[in-house]
Structure formats: C-alpha cells, structure tokens
Design a protein around this ligand. Structure first.
Ligand code: GDP
Ligand code: MG
Length: 602
C-alpha cells in the first residue's frame, strides 16, 4: 500500500470514557464486521476485561475507509491497555503510531489517566485528535470539557469532535479527522528489515502470535528472521492482519502494522519492544526503547488443598504461556506447605491472575501478603562476604545484625479529585508516608502529586482512595527508583507460632500501629478454640502488639436444645465444610478468608 494512504493511531482515554465502545463503532462503520458479527466490545475479549471494563491486552485492527476525497485508506487502530500496570506495553503501542484519538467523557472531563496517557502520546510526537464522547448524556458539558482539554493538557481543542460512541454520533467526523489530521507513516520498504515487536499472545490454533510495526524494509512469509534482544531466530510462516477477523497477506512493508507467526511456543520468547530483522543482510542496530519488564509485586500462592499442588503448577504454567510478564517459582512454607512465589507488574495484574486461576482453572487459593522488592546491603560475616540481595519474600529476610541498609521502591503518584475529598485524600497519602510535591486546582478539581513508597500502595491504597472519594478520584503512577528506608520484618505469631504467610516488611514508624491492627483483626477472624490463643506481632524477638482469643465455652450444638436432630446434623455438616477451608497452625485452625482480610489495613 502507498504510505500516503496509511494511518496508524491509538485511542487513549481514562477508564470508562468510551474507548472500547468507540473502537467497536469505528469497526462497524467501516464494515469490518457485519451487524450480526458485532458482539458488544469486540476488542475486549477476556471475561475479566469485560466485567471490569478495562483493556488488558492490546488488540489491533485494520480498517478500510473511503474518505470524502474519494481515496480508500488503510487505518490501523491500536487499542492500548487501560491500566498503569501495563505502562510499558502502552508505550510500545504508542511508539507504533503517528497519532492518537484522545477520548474524554463529556460528563466527567479530564482525569488522571487521561493526562498520563496524553503526555506519553505527546512524547511520541503524536498528532492528537480530541474527541468529546458521551454528548448524549444529560450531564454532558462538552464546552466545559473542551476548555479543560485546552487548559489542562494545553492542546487546541477548538476542532474537537463531539461524539456519542453509544448512539453513533460523530463517527464519520472522527474518521475524516483521522485521515486529514494524522500524518501517514514514513519508512523505506527496500531498506534492511526493522520491525518492532509491539505485543504477543498465545492463540490455541496459531501458537504465539506477534504484533509488529514495520519500521523499515518488508517482512514476508518464509523469511528467516532474528529477534535482536531475545537472541533467537525463527522462520516466519504466516503474515497477516486483523480486520478484526484474521486475514493472511503476502507481506507487511515499512509503515504497516500486522501480525506474524513463526512456530514459537511461548510468549516469553517474544519480548515486547524487541527488534525483528532478517538473519541475512539484517539491520545492525536495534530500535531504541527496549526494556525488559520486571515484576514489581510478589506474593505466595498456595493451594487450599495440599493435594492440588500439581494442578496449581499446571494451571500457572498454562497462564504463563500467555503472559510473559508474570513470574513464578516453587516456594515452601512451614505453614502453607508447597506453593509458588509469583511476581506481577502491579496489583491489578496480581488480581487478574488470581481470578483466572480461581475461575478458569477452578483453584482454591491462599494468597499471601503482596510484597515489593527490596534491595538489601549485607555486611560481611564470619562466613560470608559483604553482598547485595534483592528480597522478594519476607520469609527470606536475612539476619538483621548483618543488614547495613535497605532500599525500597518509590513511585510518583498523580491523583485527580473533586475538591470535597481533598482533605481525606491528603490524609491518606500522609498516613502512607507520602511526600507532597504539588497541589494545583483546575476547574473545581484538585490535582495532587505525591511521592509514595510502593509498599504503602500495593495492598489497598487504590481501594481506599476510591471509597474515600466515592469513586471520583483517579490515580496514576510511575516508578521513580529505590530509596533507603527504615524497614523491619514484622512477624505474626498465633499461639506462639510464627505464621509465615502473614509476615511482612514494614516501616518502623508504622510497625506498631500496623501490628496492633493486625492482631485486632485476627482476633475477630480466627474462631474460638477450646483453649486460649495469644495473637502477637513481633519485630525480631520483641512483641509489639498482642491480643488474646478467649477459649470457647459452649458446644456449637448447644443452641439446639438437643431436640431437633436434623438441625443439629446440618450444623455439624456446616462446621465440617468450614473446616475444609481452614489451615492448621500447630493446633489452631485459621480460616482461609482470614489471610486476605487480615491484610486489609482498613
Ligand atoms: P473504556 O473503559 O474507555 O473502554 O470504556 P467503554 O467503551 O467500556 O465504555 C464505558 C461505559 O460507558 C460503557 O458502559 C459504555 O456503554 C458507556 N459509553 C461509552 N460511550 C458512550 C456514549 O457515547 N454515551 C453513553 N451514554 N455511554 C457511553
Ligand atoms: Mg475498554
């Protein structure tokens, strides 16, 4: 295809502003799918995505659009992941495009994630086409939103398209704007091949499918290529694009976006951001911007029923085939037996994997407290030299007398909130050891920038923020590196035995409060036994908080007055069932829910 007839663009938006709905409309309008084939939200194809309304995996479709000038254009639409956990994938998708549609909800206005995405888009030199969506809503205030886009983002919004993706208003105008405002790609189709690996996923029929943007040269079936960062080479056996149905084609030339397959078994071999070139006469220099993604949040996952360990291994292995960004290795815990230590890009990513294991693979899991990765400098000991280690698991916390320094990861968070919740949000950030960098007002809303330790954010910061602000505050973050912290390991002892699944690394300044809270929670969560049970939080050998679970006096069936046998039996059955979901610690049973519930800071 003539380069002048190609447009590559992505859609950027805050969650729920209508990105997927608009993408579906564009596909429908250009005839990519017939009415009958159109199921709602073609681009979000995982159940969890549909339920939560977020895009996890980027998908790309090619549309043919005949514009008012009479020419037929090839439009490549990239749907970018909608969550901060997948920021690197977003950055590669953006790097594959020349422009972006900026979708802003006419009733909500500009939000934290709108800003984060649009700044990235500007960094990639995109031409940005603003779209004010949901103008059908009674609460829509398109003129105010137009002004917000200009004031807050600083781009011209005088020609923003007023649209309703839901009712199909403004779709033709959006397509015209894409053709007239977004520049065509550049690139020499006869140069040595350079294709960027934008995304990869596992397809049960095709194997690993790789989405590429050809930067220079031409990629075709039968070509022997190498992945410059991954260091492997492969024979290309399919080249094509999605319309959104899979269609095969002869080749993809500089400027084009499409997919290839090459008999690759695992997505781990196809790293996002890698450069693909030919084995013979290939490019010598890889494309800039490659980054190896590293998991940042870790937790243990254990089967509730120890006999299901192999099943868990199998299920995790299958998920990993399709997601190279999470990691796992076997872990054994004194209390929980055999399980896996898993690493994720963020909390949402953790929840997605946990949910898929539960739902798609029918696993009953105990998940331990999420933890970030700490860097620890150790002094020389009698037997070991001084060394540095990366701690992924509180259970591996070294001998404290050897610790010279601990560094923890920090983030820079941008929070955007209606004025009335500002006070409570500032308090939340302050309680989580935040350092305020900036506070500005834009049209009745506050934009707050904070530096926060990631370990204070991983568990429930986002949930708290949402509940404090009744869902109105939005949150976005980026990592800013490691900083020294006064961190200690807090252990939880139930009946004088440490429960390793509940131990965590905390800042000394908040350890006591956190320990007390944890003990209070556990006191309510652990059922009474026939004996008294002490619940303690300790740092090293020192107890910093303590509660006692009183002994049980009456038999559970006592309430039944001995008369109604069937009722008594039911009660006993219920008790037995409950037992199946308990974990024994010494001689104390802890219900499965207690682990998760105890970790919520409330
Ligand atoms: P995304 O998270 O940006 O992909 O947003 P979705 O496309 O999933 O849309 C979020 C919600 O807004 C869904 O319930 C859509 O039906 C709804 N929605 C999308 N566009 C419009 C619109 O133009 N008008 C109205 N009233 N609702 C819309
Ligand atoms: Mg979506």
């Amino acid at each position: 295809t003539d380069l002048a007839l190609i447009r590559n663009f992505s859609i950027i938006a805050h969650i729920d502003h209508g990105k997927s709905t608009l993408a579906d409309r564009l596909i429908q309008f250009t005839g990519g799918l017939t009415e009958r084939e159109m199921s709602a939200q073609v681009l979000d194809n995982m159940d969890i995505e549909k339920e939560r309304g977020i895009t996890i995996k980027a998908q790309t479709v090619r549309l043919n659009y005949t514009a008012k000038d009479g020419l037929t254009y090839q439009l490549n639409l990239m749907d970018t992941p909608g969550h901060v956990d997948f920021a690197y994938e977003v950055s590669r998708s953006l790097a594959a495009c020349e422009g972006a549609l900026l979708v802003v909800d006419a009733a909500q206005g500009v939000e934290a994630q709108t800003l984060a995405n649009v700044y990235q888009s500007i960094e990639h030199d995109h031409e940005i086409v603003p779209v004010i969506n949901k103008i059908d809503l009674p609460a829509a205030e398109p003129e105010q939103v137009r002004k917000e886009i200009e004031d807050i983002i600083g781009i011209d919004a005088s020609e923003a398209v007023l649209a309703s993706a839901k009712s199909g208003i403004g779709i033709a105008e959006i397509l015209e704007a894409i053709v007239t405002k977004i520049p065509p790609p550049k690139g020499d189709r006869d140069a040595p091949l350079k294709a960027m690996l934008v995304d990869s996923w596992y397809d049960p029929y095709l194997g690993v499918v790789i989405l590429v943007r050809v930067i220079a040269g031409t990629i075709r079936k039968g070509l022997h290529v190498k992945f410059m960062q991954g260091g492997t080479d492969h024979l290309i056996d399919r080249v094509g694009f999605m319309s959104p149905k899979i269609e095969q084609t002869k080749e993809l030339a500089a400027g084009e976006i499409g997919f290839i397959t090459a008999q690759i078994k695992e997505v781990a071999q196809a790293k996002v951001g890698d450069t693909i070139t030919t084995v013979k006469n290939g490019a010598t220099e890889a494309l800039a911007g490659f980054k190896e993604v590293q998991p940042v949040v870790f937790c243990g996952m254990f089967p509730v029923d120890a006999a299901e360990f192999e099943k868990l291994r199998d299920s995790i292995g299958k998920l990993r085939l399709n997601d190279a960004s999470f990691s796992f290795e076997t872990e054994s815990s004194a209390a929980l037996g055999f399980g896996f230590r898993c690493g994720f890009l963020g909390l949402l990513h953790l929840e997605i994997i946990q949910e898929r294991l539960t739902r798609e693979y029918d696993m009953d899991l105990i998940t331990t407290a999420p933890s970030v990765v700490y860097r620890i400098q150790l002094n020389k000991s009698r037997t070991d030299p001084a060394q540095e280690l990366m701690l992924h698991n509180p259970a591996d916390y070294p001998d404290p007398s050897r610790i010279e320094q601990i560094d923890e990861p920090w983030i820079k968070a941008t929070i955007y909130t209606p004025d009335e919740y500002l006070g409570s949000i500032l308090k939340l950030c302050q309680d989580r050891r935040g350092i305020q960098l900036d506070l500005t007002y834009v049209g009745g809303r506050a934009q707050i920038t904070y530096e926060l330790p990631l370990n204070e954010v991983v568990f429930d910061f986002y949930d708290r923020l949402k509940s404090i602000s009744r869902g109105y505050a939005s949150f976005d973050y980026e990592q800013i590196g490691l900083r020294e912290g006064d961190l200690v390991k807090m252990s939880i002892l139930v009946n004088n035995e440490p429960v390793d699944a509940l131990s965590m690394i905390v800042h000394r300044g908040v350890a006591e409060a956190r320990g007390r809270h944890m003990c209070e929670r556990l006191k309510d969560l652990i059922p009474r036994h026939l004996f008294k049970i002490p619940v303690q939080a300790a740092i090293g050998g020192k107890v910093i908080a303590r509660e006692t679970i009183a002994a049980m006096r009456k038999d559970v069936t006592a309430k039944c007055y001995g008369g109604d046998i069937s009722r008594k039996k039911k009660l006993l059955d219920k008790q037995k069932k409950g037992k199946a979901k308990m974990r024994e610690y010494g001689n104390v049973s802890i219900p499965q829910e207690a682990f998760i519930a105890a970790l919520r800071m409330g």
